[in-house]
Structure formats: C-alpha cells, structure tokens
Ligand binder design. Structure first.
Ligand SMILES: O=C([C@H](O)CO)[C@H](O)[C@H](O)COP(=O)(O)O
Length: 186
C-alpha cells in the first residue's frame, strides 16, 4: 500500500480553505430555507451536480424541493426560494433565472466564489467559497493546486452537506425519518 500524494494534497487544500467559509452566511441560508414555501435549486455543469445532490437531501428533510429543468418542476412564486450554485456568479442562464425569480418576488440565495457578481447582488444570502473559475474575468480568489473550478465544486458539496446537518439539528430531523423519504423506485 502507498498513500497517494495527489489525494492528500487535494484533501489538505479543502481543509485549509474550509476555514474561510463564513458560518453566519450559512445561518442566513438556513433561515431562508426554513421560511420558504417551495425550494428551487439550480446550477450548471459540475456546480450543478453538487446542487442537484443538495436538492436530493432537502427532499429527504421533507422540504418541497425542485431541481430546475426537470419536467416536474413547477413555476416559482412569491414566498419561494431559488438557490443557485455558481462559482463565477455570471453563468448566462442562471443570471436570467436569478433576475426572473427576484422580479416575481421569490428569494434568491447563492453559493459562489464571487458574491459581488450579478447573481450574488440579487441574493439575500451569498455563501462565499474560496476558489477559481475559468469563466470569470475576475481574479480567482485563491491559487488552487487543482484545475478549473474543482476547489469551488468540492467545497460547495461540503457546504451543502453542512447546511443539511444544520437543518437536521434546527428542525430536529433524524436520519431514520430522512431515509423513509428516500426513493423506493431505484
Ligand atoms: O462545469 C463547470 C466547469 O467544469 C468548471 O469547473 C462549471 O461548474 C459550470 O460551467 C458552471 O459554472 P459556474 O456557474 O461558474 O459555476
């Protein structure tokens, strides 16, 4: 057996930058989730894979949750929440969705590297994650040992899992209850 230097380098980077994520902003997101009628989650590409996994856990918590783009996703309205995972905060289709949701009277929240970008400006909670992105003309917030948006995507997955743990504690939801809601047609 030989430990992998590559894996250790990645995990150490994740641990180092996790410390720069503001828990107060996570608490704001928890409050928005608790107060929302319906929760819509969206993200593109790899950021979208992480956001999609988050929507699955929100469903397990018993929240009325929809991943945007599915044929079963209804219209968003006042009192609803749109959570956007976007490193750059400037992905075209997501900007349009953020603007539309805000216009309609829904709350917008985001997990992003750049809270000052278009999506972050519209957000009531913007969890800022250190990272880089090939998309933004803004300077990456950190120099990562990994390519493209990897660090953002990994940290966003951890942030989403952290939010779920916070919601479990706040709303007193046990894992057994969550598992009962897990898909039985798989
Ligand atoms: O898939 C992606 C790319 O591989 C970056 O690592 C991005 O997640 C996708 O392009 C969405 O971009 P953002 O909205 O800026 O996260």
């Amino acid at each position: 057996m030989r430990e992998s230097k590559v894996l250790i380098e990645i995990v150490e980077e994740i641990a180092r930058y996790t410390r720069q994520i503001d828990e107060l902003e996570m608490l704001k997101m928890v409050e928005l989730i608790q107060n929302a009628s319906k929760i819509f989650v969206v993200g593109a590409g790899r950021s979208g894979f992480c956001a999609r996994a988050f929507s699955n856990r929100l469903m397990h918590l018993g929240k009325q949750t929809f991943f945007v783009g599915e044929p079963t996703t209804p219209s968003i309205g006042e009192g609803d929440l749109l959570i956007i995972g976007s490193g750059s905060g400037e992905t075209e289709s997501l900007k349009v969705m953020a603007e539309k949701a805000a216009r309609i009277g829904a709350d917008v929240a985001t997990v992003t590297i750049f809270p000052e970008a278009t999506i972050g400006k519209l957000a009531k909670a913007a969890i800022c994650i250190p990272g880089g992105t090939p998309k933004s003309e803004r300077k990456d917030s950190v120099k990562s040992v990994q390519p493209m948006g990897n660090l953002f995507e990994q940290l966003s997955w951890i942030v989403y899992d952290g939010l779920i743990k916070m919601l479990m504690k706040e709303d007193n939801i046990l894992e057994d209850e969550m598992f009962k809601r897990h898909a039985n047609l798989e």
